[in-house]
Design a protein around this ligand. Sequence first.
Ligand code: DGL
Length: 270
Amino acid sequence: MSADVQQPIGVFDSGIGGLTVVRALLEQLPHENIVYFGDTARVPYGSKSPQVVREYSQDDVDFLLSKNVKMIVVACNTVSAVALDVVQKRAHLPVCGVIIPGAHEAVLRSPTHRIGVIGTVGTIASNAYTHAIMHECPQAHVFSKACPLFVPLVEEGWTEHKVAEIVALEYLFPLLTKKIDTLVLGCTHYPLLKPIIRSVTKGAVHLIDSGEATAAAVKAMLIEQELFNPNRENPNVQFFVSDAPDKFTHIGEKFLGRSLGVVKKVAIGK
Ligand code: DGL
């Protein structure tokens, strides 16, 4: 059965962070219907083993498939890094992760090809960004660093706090000594730390927002697969989580840059 352009794009993440990707999608594809799922009952994924993240991802995909989506966007960097193949195999639909678009943008923007990558422990351990960057640009030098304290800082709302600045300096200093000219923000939460990262890097490093790069890749994919919705009406954007919808609604506004409306709690997995 061929997909209908009005069907929603399915987006999933380990929790709330994927809303930065939805925000970029809404900016670049303002008329697409979207179903978002955040696995808030099992977040974080970034500190879990690849095996567990791969299992969880199957449940996330099954939920989106039950919503009759036309494509799947894996907003979570950790899932994109360790389980994209699982998603592709399960979905039988076009799938877009965040790693390849982010890596592509970094290669395009980096004048000296000395590129830093920051992300969760899982994303950095997988070397997925390094492989994707080296695949496009074999002469690149990639320096990566896991920044596990960034996610809780952002969720606490401490994006402009002195503590966040100290933590950012501690994490980023080793990358700056490698003379990187570009830094991939390889985690859904990190775009909210852009002001502090800019100040720590003294504005001398290009910051790559994987979410923005992904939204551009999704648009290209929709057009290529003839799934782009030409309808000019306001889209239907629905949010589902596996736990604590009120907390999601409250914190989510900062990530999305606008109010979310109704957030529904659903049971997934066995
Ligand atoms: N969404 C995750 C990512 O982009 C960050 C939060 C988590 O660890 O689950 O990797």
